[in-house]
Design a protein around this ligand. Sequence first.
Ligand SMILES: [Zn+2]
Length: 258
Amino acid sequence: MANRKILYGYLITHGELLIREDECMIVQNVYTSYLAGLSYQSLADRLNADGIPFFQESPLWNKHKIKRMLENPRYTGKDGYPTIIDQDTFQQVQEKIAEKTRGQLPHRTDMDRLWPKLRSGCCHDRLFRTGGPSGRTGKVRLRCSACGSTFAVGKEELLAQTARQLAAHEKPVCKPYAPSAEAVRLANAIDRVLEQPGDGKEAISCILRGASARYACCDDSMAAWEDQERTEQINWGRFEQIVSHITIGTDGTATVHF
Ligand SMILES: [Zn+2]
């Protein structure tokens, strides 16, 4: 997709940056409407509904374009751009954006998903976090909610152990090679063709078709599984579905229960 070469609201005439009046009004309207409470998305929707193009080659607006417009200080007269938005309005918009960002829920981290599944190796009861992960050792301190025993586990090590056990549990049973009727037919055809005199072209074509028919019968789930194991990435969707709990032994080793 082509990008606009000139910032929305401006045009270049004889090498000079000038305000484009129709777009300038849109920019000012977007700023004031945002302060009045409209979201990035509703502003984009409104411009699209009014048939106002972002630019000719890529006419549709989206929330990202609106966000970039609202955060671009050039509209206040920076970098040689004529002023479209006064400093005061621009500042109010930045504060409102910051306020909304603060209000958003923080992302759930990997560890947030892991904690509720942890059980103590001593009493098989809930574990509470009492500290960490500390920056120096990366260890998290946990306490058994039943007996009060404390555990220290490395965050990265815990994630890696969980990923390995999850992968081992999900390891597919490799299906034995079972050639299809087509593969068998081609194998017989190859035998016949090789017994006959000729320039070999037919034999080669037959062998190639036979190879692709055999390949089609192969089970590729092993390859997919091996890829997953190498990266040690936890598929959190699967994790939530199949993991019952994880016990932490007194030595800090994790055992995943399914
Ligand atoms: Zn305990």
